[in-house]
Design a protein around this ligand. Structure first.
Ligand SMILES: Cc1ncc(COP(=O)(O)O)c(C=O)c1O
Length: 349
């Protein structure tokens, strides 16, 4: 059974975190002389709320979790790094990933001198549960990072697989749901009460349209979120980001409408790409991007670039594949026109 004390880095078990002025007193006061701030008001002269209570309350109500089950990071990238730092001993412990997947799990592991066990996705881009559990038995990683919908494949993980993984593993299962809002599947947050070793990552950077604010979430049991909040830098979410997120999140209807638009544009782009001869395959996607196999992805990548269109060349990991983000209708029309032109040039030669 899951026991946080068995997997936490031993030196963090009794960590006394920095107690900031804003930790020690919160509430209404007439005069603030506790934090060595400038007294001249300009909107940012005061430190932000270190535990982002207002934002956490709003996110909790919108995502149906308890505020105490939320850690807010400087992007979900901060949560990935902190999870590794909290649970993995440098030079000794490992994480498990299922490539091709989001690159920061490996980058954070490498920065922290943590070994990486790789269990590749199957050819259909599904996770290979049996191979993962075999690797877990052989190598005892501390964290399994899963990504659903996965970047860059756009494929999703079945709920039963998540449950099986969590129930047969004494470490943490991190489900990165950066793109979940573009999917018709339910978030794994509804499993949190039943699976104490599950951590669900989400972000405001994608469907919520706030990549510039750098706000990401780890939803987990309160022991884990409390630990992350003890280890994080005291003021990791700045005051402008907190205010702007509260402001934008109050208009949920507009965000939901934009998500629906992107989902429709994804279907449109898929249909338009599928009929091009240069395209070998457009993979199904639950995210706001498409993974596309071309006859010659490097050539297409360069051709687009020369015409001012930047795609992501993933050929290094998946042969002849580009990952293309869903854009505005006008951007997609331009993209298709450029690809049609490339095709007509290829035909002539
Ligand atoms: C799967 C996945 N997780 C996390 C992130 C990082 O998100 P954030 O902007 O919240 O750090 C990304 C960014 O591309 C991503 O693709």
């Amino acid at each position: 059974m899951f026991d946080l004390n068995k997997i936490i880095q031993p030196h963090l078990a009794d960590l006394k975190s920095y107690s900031s002025a804003r930790n020690e007193f919160s509430g209404d006061a007439k005069i603030w002389l506790d934090a060595n701030e400038s007294p001249f008001a300009n909107g940012v002269n005061r430190y932000p709320d270190p535990l982002q209570m207002e934002l956490r309350d709003l996110v909790a109500s919108q995502r149906n979790v308890d505020p105490k089950q939320i850690f807010i990071g400087n992007g979900s990238d901060e949560a990935i790094d902190l999870l590794i730092r909290c649970f993995c001993r440098p030079g000794k412990d490992s994480i498990l990933i299922c490539p091709p997947t989001y690159g920061m799990y490996s980058v954070s592991a490498n920065i922290n001198n943590i070994l990486i066990i790789k269990v590749p996705l199957r050819a259909d881009f599904k996770i290979d549960v049996d191979s993962i559990l075999n690797a877990v038995n052989r190598n005892s990683p501390k964290i399994i990072f899963l990504c659903s919908p996965n970047n860059p494949t756009g494929s999703s993980i079945d709920t039963n697989d998540i449950i099986e993984m969590c129930e047969n593993f004494s470490g943490l299962v991190v489900m990165d749901e950066a793109y979940i809002d573009y999917s018709n599947r339910e978030s794994a947050t509804h499993l949190l009460s039943q699976l104490p070793n599950l951590v669900v990552l989400q972000t405001l950077s994608k469907a919520y349209g706030m990549a510039g604010l750098r706000i990401g979430f780890a939803f987990a049991n309160t022991q884990i979120t409390a630990l992350l909040n003890r280890v994080k830098p005291p003021y990791n979410i700045n005051i402008l980001s907190q205010q702007k997120a509260l402001d934008l999140l109050s208009n949920l209807a507009q965000i939901k409408d934009q998500i629906e638009q992107v989902k429709q544009l994804r279907e449109d782009l898929m249909a338009e790409l599928s009929v091009l001869n240069a395209v070998q395959r457009v993979f199904p996607s639950d995210a706001n991007f498409l993974l596309i196999a071309f006859q010659n992805a490097d050539l297409v990548y360069r051709y687009l670039l020369e015409r001012g269109i930047v795609a992501r060349n993933r050929s290094g990991e998946i042969s002849n594949c580009l990952r293309i983000t869903i854009g505005t209708p006008a951007e997609q029309t331009t993209l298709i026109k450029v690809l049609q032109k490339l095709e007509s040039q290829i035909k002539k030669t």
